[in-house]
Write a protein that binds this ligand. Structure first.
Ligand SMILES: Nc1ncnc2c1ncn2[C@@H]1O[C@H](COP(=O)(O)OP(=O)(O)OP(=O)(O)O)[C@@H](O)[C@H]1O
Length: 276
């Protein structure tokens, strides 16, 4: 039976997911889901299991245990291709874009609209250009020129185009791997706006991040991972941003660090006072 929330079947759902690498349990008993038109943030510090979860949801790794359902149907994804065919698109940090190629070429990479009859077929640049312009416009993305090389764009612009591309190619579930981690505040804001656009268009977005501030701005619900285990799922009205930060870092570890740094500051202040 698939878990229902407000009578709706989640677009994607996992229950009791586990995955180990040798003796390292990267994921242990992780359950989470995402519905159409919501942003589910998966938060965790280094080594929490975020990448392993992304790779399991996107068909790169098979889980050792656990159940996965897409729109209520139990599945066992054996490849990224199968995940894509079922509407799960993953935008990785490195974006799978070719910097030297134009925006329009990158948008269609591997799925170019062709003209002519085989063997005389060629890339239909006019049609491709029109699609890219329309799609970017729908997401509210403005680019100077679609023939511009992707390498000349800012990180935020590249991320936004990757999101628009995934939505155009039929993503129902959009998994974003640390989409704002390499960006400054302004660029991160741009990307989060397009995440909101994807949500408004009915995608279920799984935003994986170690940044609780960005997650808080955009998330509807939050699942916190710590050392491969889920620390629970909270909707925005069930948790404050401060609690989110606390839980993510493992509250006790953060308290210990605060205490340690406080002690260190007191010691150095005392030493400076003695020597002056
Ligand atoms: N292919 C692998 N082989 C061996 N151990 C792995 C492999 N992939 C992940 N691990 C281990 O599993 C644990 C979880 O790693 P994972 O990369 O999923 O965490 P993460 O939350 O994405 O961390 P980070 O934010 O640092 O990338 C870590 O202890 C990691 O060393």
């Amino acid at each position: 039976m698939s878990s229902l929330e407000g009578g709706r079947v989640p677009l994607l759902e996992v229950e009791g997911l586990a995955r180990s690498f040798g003796k390292v349990a990267a994921l242990e008993d992780v359950s989470m889901n995402v519905h159409a038109g919501e942003v589910m943030c998966v938060l965790g510090d280094n080594g929490a299991g975020k990448s392993t979860l992304i790779k399991t949801l996107s068909g790169v790794h098979l889980p050792d245990r656990g159940i996965m359902r897409i729109a209520g149907e139990e599945v066992r994804l054996k490849s990224p291709r199968e995940a894509r065919d079922r509407g799960i698109a993953t935008v990785y940090q490195d974006l799978a874009m070719v910097p030297m190629l134009s925006i329009v070429r990158n948008f269609f990479l591997g799925a170019e609209p062709m003209k002519g009859v085989w063997p005389f077929r060629w890339f239909d640049l006019g049609a491709a250009d029109a699609v890219v312009r329309t799609e970017l416009e729908k997401m509210g993305i403005r680019v100077r020129n679609t023939s511009e090389a992707v390498g000349t764009l800012s990180g935020g612009e590249r991320q936004s185009i990757a999101i628009a591309r995934a939505v155009y190619f039929g993503a129902r579930v959009l998994i974003l791997d640390e989409p704002t981690s390499a960006l400054g505040v302004k660029q991160a804001g741009i990307v989060l706006r397009y995440v909101a656009q994807a949500r408004a268009r009915g995608c279920g977005v799984i935003l994986v991040t170690h940044n609780p501030h960005h997650a808080w701005l955009i998330g509807d619900r939050f699942t916190i991972l710590n050392r491969g285990r889920s620390q629970g799922t909270f909707s925005k009205d069930q948790i404050t941003r401060e609690e989110l930060i606390q839980r993510m870092a493992g509250g006790r570890e953060l308290e210990e660090l605060t205490h340690e740094l406080g002690e260190f500051k007191r010691e150095t202040t005392a030493r400076v006072a003695v020597s002056s």
